[in-house]
Design a protein around this ligand. Structure first.
Ligand code: PMP
Length: 395
């Protein structure tokens, strides 16, 4: 039977990782995959995570199953981190999931259970796996305009015009902060206008929050999510702890489903538990427990917040350095958007031939759509990248 299988399309980002590994040049630079790296190129285990794991090894007395929704303390801690007090707790159903990917998948599954006809609207562009999962599930998808290639900022008029076509009961997938792959984000005012349109159309927002703390800070990065969740009757939120806790391989995420009325929450929760049961029974616990320990222990939390702030500001410094270097080399402000973008990525708006030349001639690997991972740089490689961009554009 396996001889009947067809090859699956290669994941472009993972293929880029392979190509980078195979490149013998010593001064090659990897700006591909979305993993934070410090100036030494290392993805460190955060201090608070190490300490929480140490305590866990010492104190954990059982590894018996948790509940289908995971440990309720994890949901409580994450809801506090993401929503604060903005939504009544009794309207929120939640399950722990394997990472943000698992949260997205279960969110789509829940939407389909509730409304088999729902179309999921994704930004153009979006994290490619959103579209890949939706296609695999056979769910109808549409895209809304999001990125203006000319300015490298949000094409807000295009976005609004496209969202006018959303039908009642459709799902509109939004990035909570630090848009992947573009780095371009909505202003507070624009979020307000999106809320107004979704309300008018009767659509349900689904927020993918994978980078809280990587943009403007933990609170600021949650502001759009809080505004949307508190204004709309229903909302899905898929959160990942991979980046902000650096627990990528532990597969730690949470899906929240906010019902219009608290009386609906038990059924929503039952459906979420059912989805976990059908997929893997119990979600992974180690990362979730570590995150819970950090969020509920004042000392660990303060240390985590401090380290996350170092990570965030190092990426902002690199943005400023790169924008400055490009301004100097091009004698223009056409790359000023790099300093305005937020999060780990910026889409530079370069044609694919230029991206290819940057890779072939200078050994700098960015994704073919000209998305670069800013955390792949350090103060020595910033000038090299700036020179490579300028040279490849001229060639
Ligand atoms: N959503 C977005 C926008 C992402 O960029 C990512 C990670 N690349 C995820 C979800 C999934 O993250 P995780 O590794 O936690 O599954």
């Amino acid at each position: 039977m396996f001889d009947r299988l067809q090859d699956q399309p290669a994941d472009k980002i993972l293929a880029l990782m392979q190509a980078f590994k195979a490149d013998p040049r010593e001064d090659k630079i990897d700006l591909g995959v979305g993993v934070y790296r410090n100036a030494e190129g290392v993805t460190p285990v955060m201090r608070a995570v190490k300490e929480a794991e140490r305590r866990l090894v010492e104190t954990q007395e059982t590894k018996a199953y948790t509940g289908l929704a995971g440990d309720p303390a994890f949901a409580d801690a994450m809801i506090g981190l993401i929503l604060g007090e903005t939504v009544a707790r009794d309207r929120i159903a939640a399950i722990a999931t394997p990472g943000g990917t698992g949260a997205c998948r279960q969110g789509f599954e829940l939407a389909r259970l509730a409304n088999p006809d729902a179309t999921v609207w994704c930004s153009d562009p979006t994290w490619p796996n959103h579209l890949s999962i939706l296609k695999f599930m056979g769910m109808p998808t549409r895209t809304y305009r999001y990125f203006d290639e000319a300015t490298a900022l949000v094409d807000f008029d295009g976005m609004i015009a496209d969202l006018e076509g959303v039908a009642s009961g459709d799902i509109v997938l939004l990035h909570g902060c630090c848009h992947n792959p573009t780095g371009a984000n909505l202003t507070d005012e624009q979020v307000g206008r999106v809320i107004a349109i979704l309300t008018e159309r009767g659509a349900v927002p689904m927020i993918d929050l994978a980078y809280q703390g990587f943009g403007d800070g933990l609170e600021a990065d949650a502001a759009a999510t809080r505004a949307i969740a508190s204004a709309m009757p229903e909302c899905l939120i898929a959160a990942s702890c991979s980046k902000n806790f650096g627990v990528y391989r532990e597969r730690t995420g949470l899906l929240m489903a906010i019902s219009a009325d608290a009386s609906d929450t038990p059924t929503t929760q039952g459906n979420l538990n059912f989805l976990n049961r059908q997929t893997y029974s119990f979600p992974p616990d180690h990362g979730a427990r570590v995150v819970t320990m950090i969020l509920t222990d004042p000392d660990l939390r303060a240390d985590w917040e401090a380290e996350l702030e170092e990570v965030r500001s190092s990426m902002l410094d690199l943005r400023d350095q790169l924008a400055g270097e490009l301004a100097r080399l091009t004698n223009s402000d056409r790359y000023a958007f790099i300093a305005r973008h937020r999060g780990m990525f910026s889409r530079l708006g370069l044609p694919s031939e230029v991206v290819e030349r940057i890779r072939a001639d200078h050994g700098v690997y960015m994704v073919g759509d000209s998305r670069m991972n800013i955390a792949g740089l350090n103060s020595e490689t910033v000038p090299k990248l700036a020179q490579a961009i300028v040279a490849a554009e001229k060639a």
